[in-house]
Design a protein around this ligand. Sequence first.
Ligand SMILES: [Zn+2]
Ligand SMILES: [Zn+2]
Length: 167
Amino acid sequence: MSENKPCPDCGAAVGEHHHHLCDVQRCPVCGGQYISCCGVPEEDIAEQGLEFAVWTGEWPGVAECKEYGWYCIRDERWGWLECGEDMPGAVADLNRLYRDAVWDAKRGRFVVKKSWVVSVNETNYGSAIILAETKEEAEELALDVYNEGNFNWHNSSLGEFVAKEDV
Ligand SMILES: [Zn+2]
Ligand SMILES: [Zn+2]
């Protein structure tokens, strides 16, 4: 494992802060790449009671992928596919992290989005579980799932997608 390697971009040692222009440095406010994200100035970050994470020896987000068991593998024909952690060549699925998790600034980490049961016209025919932060996002994603044909909604005349938080 690469646990003790310095940051590949700025050379920070494990436990040290990145250089302020380091590519790897994440934004404590939005979780994006700091040099290209929401543009919060450094002084505002401290004012919000947030701080930059130190280099841990792993790419930001990898720890969360490991925690959630989100891995993927590159297939020559099909591209990136989700897989289990035991699959030879499996790497942390950061694309899934950005899709199914959301940055929690207070905790300084990604957390899984809320889970919603989305059904058509509030019937139980063809319902799906969707991870999203808001009801609107869940309904939009359900439409994507439908359009991709990845899920059988058992419903020829589609009406409205209705999401209910699944708690
Ligand atoms: Zn760095
Ligand atoms: Zn940001």
